[in-house]
Design a protein around this ligand. Structure first.
Ligand code: 13P
Ligand code: SF4
Length: 304
């Protein structure tokens, strides 16, 4: 650890205590940000954690929709997102207005929204999901027609797993789109004993080559298994920090060094400190939108 970081970390931890704050970080955050967090996890684990924390202030080290979800669940808490420019391009690929138009075309459809959506879009949806619970959720869904938004690749994967046809929105994650099947084939040759684990936001050609298709939290649990000694990892690069930290002696090979989500990397230690000093930028969802969005998020949390 650099001296510069040591001073910053001390200030952050001190101020965090004085503010009664908790720091939640996504698995794609910079290593130094993950290391100061009280909890590091995937989208589902972070929402579950936000829902049950006793802290007055949540510093959300992730992207905008994650902080919004925390605000939807905890309206009385201050939710800070250290850089409000940390958005999600996939979430921006659908708006509430476009969704309303689509719903008019499919009035009977149940709308399942990925958590990577704005609060307004969640408010127009029936049930929310993450990559950790979507298969279980769709399997148990009693619906003639399902409209799945906004990730076409995740939707495609869920359809294949559940055998249920769904109407898909043409959204995708630009970071996961960088993960190439050709590279996985090369790595399989190079590391024949390695397990290939990819995120369901990857393209179908990539998913077809995987031994396991898991959320980032699922990847962390899978990596702990005794039989997993080498793992080819098809997701955003930030997770490698946690995998190596928790599993010394095991080998983790990223499929692409270019699979970096620029939005996730906007959160730095300096910005975490400033957000605690100034108690902003705050993410707050208006009450009208919040209550409707909460219904969709609550249904997801009940499933777990
Ligand atoms: P999970 O961490 O929920 O698997 O999601 C990955 C992601 O892209 C978050 O934006
Ligand atoms: Fe959005 Fe992809 Fe970044 Fe996740 S990795 S926040 S889906 S752009």
């Amino acid at each position: 650890m650099e001296n510069r970081d040591a001073g910053l970390i001390e200030k952050i931890l001190d101020l965090k205590k004085r503010r009664g704050a908790v720091i939640l970080a996504h698995n794609y955050q910079l290593g130094e940000v993950q290391d100061i967090a009280d909890f590091v996890g995937d989208s589902l684990e972070l929402s579950q954690n936000a829902a049950k924390t006793n802290a007055n202030v949540i510093v959300f080290c992730g992207v905008h929709f994650m902080a919004e979800t925390a605000s939807i669940l905890c309206p009385d808490k201050v939710v800070l997102l250290p850089d409000t420019n940390a958005g999600c391009p996939m979430a921006d690929m659908i708006t509430a207005e476009r969704l309303r138009e689509m719903k008019k075309e499919h009035p009977q459809a149940v709308v399942v929204c990925y958590i990577n959506t704005s609060a307004e879009v969640k408010a127009e949806s029936d049930i929310c999901c993450t990559s950790a619970n979507v298969v279980k959720l769709v399997e148990n869904l009693d619906a003639r027609e399902i409209l799945f938004i906004p990730d076409q690749y995740l939707g495609n994967y869920v359809s294949a797993r559940t055998g249920k046809e769904m109407i898909l929105w043409p959204g995708f994650c630009p970071t996961h789109a960088r993960i190439q099947p050709e590279r996985i084939k090369e790595l399989k040759q190079e590391y024949p004993r390695a397990k290939v684990v990819v995120h369901p936001e990857c393209r179908p050609e990539v998913i077809a080559l995987a031994d396991e298709v898991l959320s980032t939290g699922g990847m962390c649990r899978y990596a702990r298994r005794d039989e997993v000694l080498e793992m080819v990892v098809g997701t955003e690069l930030g997770i490698i920090h946690r995998l190596r930290k928790e599993n010394p002696g095991k080998r983790f090979i990223p499929v692409s060094e270019q699979a970096i989500c620029p939005n996730m990397k906007l959160i730095t230690l300096e910005k975490v400190l400033w957000s605690l000093e100034e108690m902003r930028p705050e993410v707050k969802v208006s009450q009208g939108v919040r209550l409707r969005a909460k219904a969709a998020v609550d249904k997801m949390l009940q499933i777990g």
